[in-house]
Design a protein around this ligand. Structure first.
Ligand SMILES: NC(=O)c1ccc[n+]([C@@H]2O[C@H](COP(=O)([O-])OP(=O)(O)OC[C@H]3O[C@@H](n4cnc5c(N)ncnc54)[C@H](O)[C@@H]3O)[C@@H](O)[C@H]2O)c1
Length: 438
């Protein structure tokens, strides 16, 4: 069976099914399409499926042109909400969300739902791979029992593996196909099949079992969360000492070995770094271990929005402007630069704190023309056109995301003071008392 599957991959006759057509699933589809595989995308969101079938991307940094080429001209890609069509595909790559619940426990419901649907439609020789970030053990302890529940056996009737996505949305330096991909499977044959499949689109790093691959992804994200927490803490320490943390990081970065720069900010955002480490914390408790670094990093990073608003309060106080009723412009609401992704964005927390204080808020972010309602927040706001605002009409502008398309000279004109959390105001000859880093 293995040889047959691999030869179908090599001849590009294998059909790739991707469950979850989001920030991860869509770029992954693009890589297989570029290599002329037929790809069928599955999603529960009818709106997304309709838009994809018209050749329209609903994600700003993923351009329509690749979809137009593969949906309309080459007819290699289509999307569907009909999961019985899983029978039409040879490989099933699962890229669904893995959020936390309200108590910071892993919410595997999306992975479980998808696996159950796969189990219902399992056919002989299916290759199933989880791509979503999760705790070590998910593939074997959660997915495998579901897939074997109808009597089929892994390695005999189907294959099961794990390969974490390393997507970095908005990063123009790397596309999915440029990033080596860690992967493993439950059986030796499964590993060989995944090496052949992913080897068609990326450099493959194969490891001995799925737990290693799951743990590697969590290590990568925990490493970021902890290091960002460290520079966030150092920012506060250095500020008290009158030292600019940004200049310190720049200086330290000249060391050619043993140092990698991380940058402070208004808090952590996105679907990964603030969330994934807590998957490990939860699992570690099963082994009677508390993950102190993860907890501490979470505590420091989640305090950052309050640090920013405290700084704003102090700066406005110095200028004799009460925070209550102050008119504030938020510059950048996406969780990071040059993307339209709002998930877990610290800007929302900052805005919540300020609106509780009674501030009048506007925001400017061309990537997010309207603030979407989220589980926690519901601001009824649209991005303003800052060029139209009168000079100094805002008491303060808070730079929370440094999109590269912002004209910071205009921002400078429109507000009495600027609080810059991203070191974005790199304008020469700034008047003292106008721009503050936070
Ligand atoms: N966004 C990133 O930069 C990134 C990077 C690396 C890893 N990841 C991980 O990849 C996974 C997916 O993240 P994402 O950012 O692509 O999420 P997303 O929300 O952008 O996309 C998930 C998609 O899955 C769909 N979906 C939800 N439940 C479904 C179901 N039962 N069946 C079919 N489709 C379903 C949603 O409608 C959505 O389109 C997560 O585990 C995340 O942690 C994300």
């Amino acid at each position: 069976m293995k040889e047959k599957i691999i030869s179908k991959i090599k001849s590009k006759d294998a059909v790739v099914g991707i469950i979850g057509m989001g920030y991860v699933g869509l770029p992954l589809a693009r890589e297989f399409l570029k290599k002329e595989f037929t790809v069928l995308g599955f999603d529960i969101d009818e709106k997304k499926v309709k838009s994809l079938n018209k050749g329209k991307s609903y994600i700003k940094h993923i351009k329509d042109n690749f979809l137009e080429e593969f949906v309309i001209k080459k007819k290699l890609f289509s999307a569907t909400t009909d999961f019985s069509r899983l029978k039409e595909v040879d490989h099933i790559l699962i890229c669904v969300p893995t959020p936390l619940d309200d108590h910071y426990n892993p919410d595997l419901s999306y992975v479980i739902d998808s696996t159950e649907v796969v189990a219902k439609n399992l056919k002989k020789g299916h290759v199933v791979v989880l791509e979503s970030t999760t705790y070590p053990g998910t593939t074997e302890e959660v997915m495998l029992p579901i897939l074997e529940s109808n009597g089929e056996k892994v390695g005999k009737d189907f294959y099961l593996g794990y390969s974490p996505e390393r997507e970095d949305p908005g990063n123009l330096e790397f596309e999915t196909g440029d990033i080596p991909k860690v992967m493993s499977a439950i059986t030796k044959d499964g590993i060989e099949i995944l090496e052949a499949l992913y080897g068609e689109i990326v450099e493959v790093v194969s490891v001995s079992n799925p737990k290693i691959a799951e743990a590697a992804k969590i290590l990568e994200n925990t490493y970021r969360a902890v290091n960002i927490a460290m520079v966030n803490e150092l920012k506060i320490v250095f500020e008290r000492m009158g030292i600019d943390v940004w200049e310190v990081i720049e200086a330290a970065s000249t060391k050619p070995f043993g140092f990698k720069p991380f940058y402070p900010g208004p808090g952590l955002g996105g679907h990964c770094i603030p969330i994934d480490p807590f998957y490990l914390s939860w699992k570690a408790k099963e082994h009677d271990i508390n993950t102190h670094f993860i907890e501490l990093a979470g505590e420091i990073n989640s305090r950052m929005p309050y640090y920013v608003t405290d700084k704003l309060l102090r700066v406005l106080n110095e200028k004799g402007i009460p925070l209550k009723k102050a008119k504030i412009l938020i510059v950048g609401v996406a969780y990071k630069e040059n993307v339209d992704d709002m998930r877990e964005s610290p800007a929302l927390k900052v805005m919540e704190i300020l609106s509780h204080e009674g501030c009048k808020l506007n925001y400017y972010d061309s990537y997010v023309p309207e603030l979407p309602r989220t589980r926690k927040y519901d601001f009824d706001l649209k991005s303003v056109n800052i060029s139209k605002a009168k000079d100094n009409s805002y008491d303060a502008a808070l730079i929370l995301t440094n999109h590269s398309n912002v004209d910071y000279k205009i921002v400078l004109k429109k507000a009495k003071v600027i609080i810059d959390t991203r070191n974005a105001m790199k304008i020469k000859g700034l008047k003292k008392g106008k721009v503050y880093k936070a």
